[in-house]
Design a protein. Structure first.
Length: 683
């Protein structure tokens, strides 16, 4: 991508917050002014939400950028903040987790008392196994309460957890264990997926064989399936559940490391993103309260992410539990045993706040409106979205079919690296626009700049950057400070100016490095995402800059073309790539999933394709008209549900497929490639 990004899509719909919600909102409009007047003082105020054993002396140290320190000199225990203090305040009998197993009627209720007991027992058992502050513990578990307990037990004793998603391979698990030099793995015999037990232990056995640093493997019995037992193996029920339930939490320094979480990025070995204690907990606790308007006494909150992703860390474990929330945790897939499972859970538990991903919303759209319509969803009052840009029509579908036109939607932009939500509407303040993440939260400084770091004017598109440090920012990449600087800080601003020559930087394009302009000599964080400001200055995320297409000299975002396709009533989901083209440089190739009720056989399919190409041209202008549209049954996605455009580009350019190891379902690519051979509808 060169200078800036085209702004092709325009949206005029806007929805003010419901009056009753606005009147009672946790955070009101004045917060923006207060934070703008004194950003650091604002974050100090948020840090006071937590219980500190020792007050900090200094709010932030940014004297050695890009290495930040927050709440220096302060001490606290994260597990105490998430568990003990709620029990001490008299909320021990309150439900912390309504756990819903995938098999129907397999449920557990975990109160804050129960959580305190289990976390204390696990902390004692881990200590008994020789785990001490600063050690690393790998967690490879299904979505069961023990996953949260294991994370909190690590936090309680100052050990760093490295959660590895339960669907990852031997190789992914072992490289993460080796990179962090972990001592212990916590796993289970298996978990339930798509109606049957799915084994985890064999993967761990193979991985551990390649990881001499592992001293013990702690195994939760979940499915009861057969396991091979080795000399390092210990059952959770023989150790943790036999340990003393008394454990006194020790306070740790605000900058004591809390966890490592690996992100794969687009190339190279996974990056171990390091988060620390005080700043991280401050921001996730604040944002969970502000963005979801959580009323801990009455709300039932449900985040559908897996605990293996940052969304699970920040908005299942640390944010909600630090706020004393009652939440639903669901083990399985959305269509087991039927496609109404999610709505059945909302109905049964009277979920009032739901936080999910665009991929799920689009899947639900594909399955049809009649499914959510069968359930009572009247308990819902705030809806959230995260993980990818949400197409305006998917937003509208969510609003109409799930929120029943009364719940505000918060589209939350953030990353593993940012630790907590950065850009989002506030449900009681913002008049939101379908598809826009709107504005940075109070206390957050973001901008959209061109390739010289100059802010783009309203109506312009470019690179999304963060221009001031924030409490939950990543502190480094585990064991690789240089890669941390190269990847995030050397594209714009002071970090670019101090670079002798372009170095490697994965994920982000690194041509045309520019010295400090626009934002002076500041250190500027480049997230790797494209974005635009609309005429009101509100922000629209346009996807990863690596995905941007260059068509006849115009930088066109895949997101806008995808959103134009999804705005057609016959389309549920779309992925767009730029394929090499002899005349235009790159040409737009779209892979489109029709909605459930649409006939695509024979001529009807050809007709639909023609109509869709014209529809895009009409919405965005002729420059964005796809050269080719393929109707496909599925799209390749990462295991956290993000579309993998790279693989579609291989198909569109008739290449053999690149690395497919992070693909959720490998059969999908065969389906798409064979379809590509059958139907070449170029004109
Ligand atoms: C929280 C999470 C981060 C990347 C990010 C961006 C995309 C996340 C988004 C969004 C548009 C949103 N992303 N939220 N894009 N609108 N609301 O997903 O973390 O897995 O590290 O991914 O996801 O591209 O840079 P992570």
């Amino acid at each position: 991508m060169s200078k800036s990004l085209e702004n092709l899509y325009s949206e005029t719909r806007q929805f003010p917050p419901p009056e009753a919600l606005a009147a009672e909102a946790n955070v009101k409009a004045e917060a923006y002014e207060r934070a703008a007047a004194d950003r650091i003082g604002f974050w100090e105020e948020q840090a006071r939400r937590l219980t500190w054993s020792k007050q900090w002396d200094q709010a932030v140290d940014w004297s050695n950028p890009p290495f930040a320190k927050w709440f220096l000199g302060g001490e606290l225990n994260v597990a105490y903040n998430c568990v003990d203090r709620h029990v001490e305040a008299g909320h021990g009998d309150k439900v912390a987790i309504h756990w819903v197993g995938e098999p129907e009627d397999d449920t557990r209720t975990v109160t804050y008392n129960d959580l305190l007991k289990s976390v204390s027992q696990a902390a004692n058992a881990l200590t008994e196994l020789g785990v001490t502050a600063g050690d690393r513990v790998a967690i490879y578990l299904p979505m069961i309460p023990e996953a949260a307990v294991a994370m909190l037990a690590c936090a309680r004793i100052g050990a760093l957890h490295s959660v590895v998603f339960g669907g990852f391979s031997v190789d992914a698990l072992s490289t993460r264990i080796q990179d962090a030099d972990a001592k212990l793995v916590i796993t289970a015999d298996g978990g339930y997926r798509r109606g049957k037990p799915s084994a985890l232990k064999p993967t761990v056995d193979e991985a551990v064989a390649q990881c001499p640093s592992i001293e013990h493997v702690l195994v939760v019995r979940r499915t009861g399936q057969d396991v091979t037992w080795g000399e390092k193996d210990l059952w959770w029920h023989d150790t943790v559940e036999q340990a003393s339930p008394e454990h006194t939490p020790q306070a740790f320094d605000s900058e004591h490391p809390l966890f490592i979480l690996y992100t794969s990025g687009t190339t190279g070995k996974p990056k171990g993103i390091l988060h620390t204690t005080g700043g991280y907990l401050t921001q996730v606790s604040y944002t969970h309260n502000a963005v979801f308007d959580l009323k801990p006494e009455t709300d039932v909150y449900w985040c559908t992410a897996d605990i293996g992703w940052v969304t699970g860390h920040s908005y299942i474990v640390y944010g909600p539990l630090s706020n004393g929330a009652t939440q639903v945790m669901y083990e399985g897939t959305p269509d087991t045993p039927h496609k109404g499972r999610f709505w059945d859970i909302v109905d049964k538990y009277k979920v009032s706040i739901m936080y999910t991903a665009p991929t799920l919303i689009r899947t639900m759209m594909k399955w049809g409106d009649d499914i959510p319509a069968k359930y009572d969803l009247s308990s819902l009052r705030v809806l959230g979205s995260v993980g990818e840009p949400i197409n305006p029509e998917a937003w509208m579908w969510y609003r109409e079919n799930v929120g029943r036109e009364k719940s505000p939607i918060v589209d939350t932009w953030w990353q593993t690296e940012t630790g907590g939500i950065m850009i989002s509407p506030l449900p009681g303040v913002t008049a939101s626009k379908p598809g826009s993440a709107m504005t940075p939260l109070p206390g957050v400084s973001a901008d959209v700049v061109d390739d010289t770091a100059e802010p783009v004017p309203n109506g312009g598109g470019g690179f999304l950057v963060l221009t001031e440090p924030w409490p939950s920012m990543l502190r480094t990449i585990w064991g690789d400070d240089k890669r941390f600087i190269d990847t995030y800080w050397s594209r714009f601003g002071a970090g670019a100016a101090s670079q002798p020559a372009p170095g490697p930087s994965d994920g982000a394009e690194n041509q045309n490095r520019s010295a400090a302009q626009g934002h002076g000599d500041k250190w500027i964080y480049f997230a790797g995402d494209g974005a635009k400001k609309d005429d009101d200055g509100d922000l629209w995320l346009l996807g990863r800059v690596d995905d941007v297409m260059l068509v006849s000299g115009h930088n066109i975002s895949t997101t806008e073309v995808e959103s134009a396709l999804v705005s057609h009533p016959s389309v549920a989901e779309a992925a767009v790539v730029g394929a090499t083209d002899p005349t235009t440089g790159q040409a737009i190739v779209a892979f489109t999933i029709p909605r459930g009720n649409v006939d695509t056989a024979g001529d009807a399919g050809e007709e639909l394709i023609k109509e869709l190409r014209n529809h895009v041209a009409k919405k965005l202008g002729p420059i964005a008209k796809p050269r080719q549209i393929m109707l496909v049954p599925e799209l390749p996605k990462t295991r956290s549900g993000k579309i993998m455009r790279r693989l579609l580009k291989d198909v569109a350019e008739h290449r053999s497929l690149g690395d497919v190891t992070t693909l959720q379902d490998s059969a999908v690519m065969e389906l798409i490639s064979s379809g590509m051979k059958d139907r070449k509808s170029e004109d």
